[in-house]
Design a protein. Structure first.
Length: 227
């Protein structure tokens, strides 16, 4: 439970960014994190879909690419988060919380479990029973991984976050070993809820995030100021 539980909820600005290139939103995250270092900021949650892209965690290698990097169907970027290679594409809702964990709980393990709880709660609203798997990060339905998590935390300010497969074309995952897990499959909510859309799921993610983290979501109609 968030240590702010029982107090007035902290405000959290929520930005629906639509479909945006990965590099653009990556730069926005870095700018917002820098602002936290300069002066107090509100919590923020960026929600976005990305055109096709692959990302590698900071300590990962090319070992989990099934083809040479130059033969991948989409661009590949090495970024600051932990974890192995993953794929983003339309139909997948990506959430980037920019939080100061000192206002919640300065505990990385707790934060990862909270993100998993957000996704488990979200899927439950659609009648899908998701769970964690021991020793692995993310959210699963049986042997299907529906959501991946990869974070970076610096001075207790978070960036990167989670990716929930709602109704994506999963073909892009075939060129990699997603998250370095060879004996599991990537799945999507659409397998269990045919016809589901990102537009339907997005507000449920916001409500689940607000409940799990004990924040008051403030829906914004424009990109963060100055971006």
């Amino acid at each position: 439970m968030d240590q702010n539980h029982g107090k007035l909820p902290l405000p959290c600005e929520v930005y629906d960014l639509g479909v945006r290139p990965f590099v653009e939103v990556w730069q926005w995250q870095k700018t917002l994190v820098q602002r936290h270092r300069e002066r107090p900021q509100p919590d923020r949650l960026l929600l976005v879909e990305h055109p096709g892209v692959y990302t590698l965690g900071q300590g990962s290698t090319f070992d989990h690419l099934k083809v040479p990097a130059e033969s991948l169907p989409y661009p590949l970027f090495r970024i600051e988060r932990g974890g192995e290679v993953t794929h983003h594409c339309p139909g997948q809702l990506v959430g980037y919380p920019i939080l100061n964990l000192k206002q919640h709980r300065p505990d990385l393990h707790w934060y990862l479990r909270q993100l998993e709880a957000v996704l488990i709660h979200t899927l439950a609203q659609f009648g899908v029973r998701a769970e964690r798997q021991a020793g692995l990060t993310g959210v699963w339905v049986g042997d299907y991984k529906l959501a991946a998590i990869g974070i970076k935390v610096s001075r207790w300010v978070t960036m990167h976050g989670f990716a929930l497969n709602i109704c994506p074309n999963l073909a892009g995952f075939q060129a990699i070993v997603p998250c370095g897990i060879a004996d599991k499959s990537v799945g999507s909510l659409a397998q269990f809820c045919p016809g589901i859309t990102v537009e339907t799921v997005r507000p449920v993610v916001v409500n689940s995030f607000a409940q799990v983290f004990g924040v008051q979501p403030l829906i914004q109609n424009a990109a963060p100021p100055g971006l």
